[in-house]
Each structure stands twice: as C-alpha cells, then as structure tokens.
Design a protein around this ligand. Structure first.
Ligand code: SUG
Length: 445
C-alpha cells in the first residue's frame, strides 16, 4: 500500500472575523448578521482545533488569512480619498461593500480549492484548482491571494500543479472542496472522486425556489478535466434542490466521507441510488454507506448541528475518529445517531470527539469548512513549505501573534476605523515572516 496521508490545511482565522450576513442561503450567517464577533476567541478556537488534530497523530497545515480590509477593492469601485474617507463613503453607498472588504471568510479553507491527489491524476502530480467563488462578492475577493498562497506553499511544479481558477462567471461557479468528496480504499491508493453540483446549465429546470445554488456541473466537469481524472473513477451528482432550500448551501453541510466510509443524509442528493451505484462500480463492496434518515433526524437538524461538517479522520492505529462540532452533542436526535453509528461495527468509526468552533459556526462554518484536505505521499509532504506545517513551535508563535494583534470584539461600527485597518495589515505583515510567505499580500508588493 502506498504510504500517503491526508494533511488538513486549516484557514487561520483572520483579525477581522465578523458577522455581516453576507451569504444568502447560509442560515447561520443570516441569523447572526450584525452581532458582535470575537476575532481573538475565533482564532484561538481555530488554533485549538489544529492542536487537537495533531494530538490525534495527524499532520496539520495552516493557510494564511487574506489582506483585510482590502481597500484596493473599494478604490477599484470608484471610492477615493483618504482611507477614512473611502471607508465612510463605501458605508454610505452600500454597507455590504464595506462588509465584503473586511470579511475574514477565507477561514473556510474547504472553499479555497478542489484537490486531487497524485494517485488519481494522469500525470501523477497533486492537482489543485483554486475556487472562483463567484456566487458571493465577498468570497470572490479571496481567489487572487488564495491562488498565490497555494503556489507559494506547493511550489514544486514536478509534484504539484496549482491551476488558475475557472473563469469568474456564473456558468463556472465553483466553491472548491466543499462540493467534492474523495473515496479510496486507503488514502494513497487510486480513488474515486465525487463532484456535487447544485445546478446543471443543460438541465436548468431542476432548481431551487428559495436559495441560490453555488456550484455548477460545468465547473465540476472542467476541474475533472484539468486534473486529468479517469472518467471511470469520476462521479457527478446533483444536490437535492430542497436541501439547498433548507440551508445546505454546500454539500459538506449534508455529506462527508473518509476512505471508503460515506456519511450522508437521505435528502442530500437528487438521485442517491444511482449515485451510490456509480460509486460502487469502482469501489465495490468496500463502500460503507452510513445514511441518516429523516426518522433519525431532519435536514433542519443537519443544518443546525452541522454533523456532516465533522471531519472523519483515520488515526495511526487505523481506526476512524469523527471530529464534530459541539452543536452535534447539543442535539439529542443527532447525538443519538452518532452513538448508534459508533456502536455499529459495520463501519470503522470508533469514537467521536467534539470541538468548540462556535465563532466560525455562527457564520455557517464547522470543522470541515475550516480545512482543505490534501492527500500527500511522504515525498510530496517533504516538498511543502515546512513553515506552514503545524508544530508546537508554530502553535506558540501563532498564539502569541493572535494575542498581540487581535481585537476581542468587533462590531459594524469598527469597520469604519482606519487605525484598526492599519493594525490588521501590520499583523499580516508579521505573519508572512512567521509562515515564511514573503510578499504574499498585495500591500507588501
Ligand atoms: O460561504 N460564510 C461562508 C461559510 C462557508 C462554509 N464553508 C463550507 N461549508 N465549506 C459562506 O457562506 C458568512 C460571512 C458573513 O456573513 O459575515 C460566510 O461567508
């Protein structure tokens, strides 16, 4: 068996984390809009999560936050004058523009890119396509720096191919790994990649009524082509429109997998039976489906608890651990389902662990949203920029950096403060020294 492991790269939660209600169709984002956030607590929760994952014996990486606030964007939109004047004028014209340039949304690294590991690709390299995130303005602003960061971290072009994002147009709307699931008997073996989309331009009659779809089939097909995937081992499936209308804005809110274990809700997909048949083609009897039924808990419970946004990970003794948000334990029906799943020997999930990522959860981001999975062989891992791999030393450096720079309260009126804006950029300048990503940010150019 090839020795490869899944490395999770978590988005470091930036100093401007706030609740702006920017994501229509994301129930948590809408319901917490305008509330005060705690960026320091958020970042420390994120670091505690990374620390916990390494305590399981796993390798953990860090992805840097974005340049926020990004006043360049406001200037590109015609606001001019001093920084203070630009912030004020944007707020007067359209507060959502101001919110967008302060958003710390790049913390949800599952949306940074789609990743195909080397056993799956025609040229034997790890392929990544940064997501264009065209569905939401604030998220579309992440693409440029995310691409640059991935190219700096995975710089060895003999081992890694970081593509350009797909064209930034609705036809190719792409939200990255949040709508992509990889199965394999073991991480290092050839896998089967499942691409999940909300809308198909060739069949637009099946669509949502309430909330927007975010991922197109055309985007999924383009990524599969770019990554050189074997069509026999690539499956495309449509999200159930009713699920999206219930708040399942990404597939990772309703389904997840690890190796051959597939955990999903019966209402996740438009045609679940044919999808399972397609997956079972190459995976055969090894596929272990853990299907939650409406009788277990409703789709609403799935959205509020974020069970499916847990990370299922294989730990060094070969067993699997479900790393879930605390909200799962607080929902009796969902918690009972987890207990039944653990007790059932038909799947290898041996235990559940619960993490507090509440600051992120209030914007609709659970444990799995915060991470980008990258399966790497030992040689590939050795080629990654080592300064972004989480060690006790990096942990200490990042905790000290957060304690030094982060506000412990942020509300809408703070977004008009040019001094806070400058402080955030000073913090990011220091961060590129810690993570050895010199010149990452446009303001450093
Ligand atoms: O795109 N929320 C993000 C949450 C992304 C979660 N990621 C995954 N499911 N993989 C989004 O909707 C809210 C920002 C705000 O409202 O302030 C936000 O962007």
């Amino acid at each position: 068996m090839a020795t490869a492991q899944e490395v999770n790269f978590d988005g470091l939660i930036g100093p401007t984390h706030n609740y702006a209600g920017l994501s229509h169709g994301n129930v948590a984002s809408a319901s917490n809009a305008g509330g005060a956030s705690n960026p320091k607590a958020a970042a420390l929760q994120g670091l505690a999560k990374m620390r916990f994952m390494t305590s399981l014996g796993l390798t953990q990486g860090v992805l840097p936050p974005q340049q926020r606030p990004d006043l360049r964007v406001l200037r590109d939109l015609g606001f001019s004058g001093s920084d203070e004047g630009v912030l004020r004028a944007a707020a007067d014209a359209d507060p959502t523009l101001l919110n967008a340039v302060w958003s710390a949304s790049s913390m949800w690294a599952a949306n940074a890119a789609t990743v195909s590991p080397s056993p799956d690709t025609a040229d034997g390299r790890v392929h990544m396509t940064p997501a264009n995130l065209t569905s939401n303005f604030h998220r579309s602003l992440e693409t440029e720096t995310a691409t640059r960061a991935l190219r700096m971290i995975f710089a060895d072009q003999d081992r890694f191919a970081v593509h350009d994002p797909l064209p930034g147009q609705a036809r190719f709307s792409d939200e990255g790994a949040a709508n992509h699931v990889r199965f394999a008997p073991a991480h290092g073996e050839p896998g089967v990649e499942l691409f999940v989309y909300g809308v198909d331009g060739h069949d637009p009659t099946i669509t949502t009524r309430r909330f927007p779809t975010r991922q197109t089939r055309a985007a999924c097909e383009a990524i599969a082509r770019l990554h050189g995937l074997d069509p026999e081992r690539t499956v495309f499936a449509r999200q159930h429109p009713d699920a999206i209308d219930a708040g399942v804005f990404h597939n990772d809110v309703i389904a997840t997998a690890n190796e051959t274990v597939f955990l999903y809700h019966e209402q996740a997909f438009a045609t679940p039976r044919s999808m399972i048949t397609d997956l079972a083609g190459p995976l055969g009897a090894r596929l272990r489906c853990v299907e939650a039924h409406n009788a277990d808990f409703s789709i609403r419970d799935a959205v509020t608890s974020y069970l499916f946004n847990s990370q299922i990970v294989t730990v060094p003794d070969g067993s699997m651990v479900l790393v879930a948000p605390l909200e799962v334990r607080e929902n009796d029906a969902v918690a009972a389902f987890v207990d039944r799943t653990i007790a059932d020997d038909a799947n290898p999930i041996a235990r559940a662990e619960y993490l507090d990522v509440r600051e992120s959860m209030r914007n609709g981001g659970g444990p799995a949203c915060l991470r980008l999975r990258v399966v790497l062989t030992e040689a590939e891992r050795a080629a990654v920029n080592p300064a972004v791999l989480f060690t006790p030393r990096l942990d200490r450096a990042l905790v000290a950096w957060v304690e030094k720079h982060y506000p412990d309260r942020l509300s809408t009126k703070d977004l008009l403060d040019p001094a806070l804006a400058r402080r955030c950029l000073d913090a990011l300048d220091e961060l590129t020294g810690i993570l050895k990503l010199p010149g990452l940010y446009p303001f450093q150019g």
